[in-house]
Design a protein around this ligand. Structure first.
Ligand code: GSH
Length: 210
């Protein structure tokens, strides 16, 4: 049995949760309570020394400790439907857009949120090492998130999906990022009609409700 370590309120494990559903992979889920710091406790640290979710423990004995590894593994093991692109050109486009959404979207939101949340003092970055908050990074993060929403809106003006002309892991990462932006009170609005159209289309997929 595949075991998935998850947290219902966090964006990173949501990416893997949606991917597992889109691929139709049977698994059991174990919830990790990030709010109480369970990820930093000895028991979870033994499973994932990076102290982050998601973690996927496969039925062939691998422990995968981030979305990059989980995605590569699931695509190779369950190739249908292909979510990393089919042709060499598609694969390059998916890799490129996925990185952009992670860096310009997810990282920017995390930067804006983690550098000012009172509950995250000294937890400005996830992982086993504590880092202090830098309030100026929260400010910069907000500007970056607004730019990210504009960039994605522009991209979707002429594309039905984010990359490769079909549904891919980029759409999953982008849905998670756009939805997570609400934690810094930024959401697509009338300035982002293409983004709103795409998000409504994505809502038709049952996995996106996860
Ligand atoms: N590179 C990792 C990042 C995972 C990550 O940052 N997870 C966050 C939740 S979204 C976490 O575990 N945070 C624990 C903490 O803040 O202590 C991935 O995408 O898999």
């Amino acid at each position: 049995m595949i075991t998935f370590y998850d947290c219902a309120t966090a964006p990173s494990p949501r990416r893997a949760r949606i991917l597992l559903a889109e691929k139709g992979v049977a698994h059991e889920t174990i919830a990790i309570d990030l709010r109480s710091g369970e990820q930093l406790g000895e028991a979870y640290r033994r499973i994932n020394p990076h102290c982050t979710v998601p973690t996927l423990v496969t039925d062939d004995g691998l422990t995968l400790t981030d979305n990059a590894g989980i995605t590569a593994y699931l695509e190779a093991r369950y190739p249908q439907p292909p979510l990393l692109g089919a042709s060499p050109a598609e694969r390059a486009e998916v890799a490129s857009w996925n990185w952009r959404i992670e860096f310009e979207g997810l990282m920017a939101i995390a930067e804006a949120m983690r550098n000012r949340a009172p509950a995250l003092v000294d937890r400005a970055l996830p992982g086993p090492v504590n880092y202090p908050q830098i309030p100026a990074l929260a400010e910069r993060g907000l500007a970056r998130v607004q730019q990210f929403l504009a960039t994605l809106n522009e991209r979707l003006a002429h594309h039905e999906f984010v990359a490769s002309g079909r549904f891919s892991v980029c759409d999953i990462t982008a849905v998670v990022a756009v939805d997570f932006a609400r934690v810094v009170k930024l959401q697509p609005d009338e300035r982002h009609p293409h983004l709103l159209r795409w998000r409504a289309a994505m809502a038709q997929r049952p996995a996106m409700a996860l």
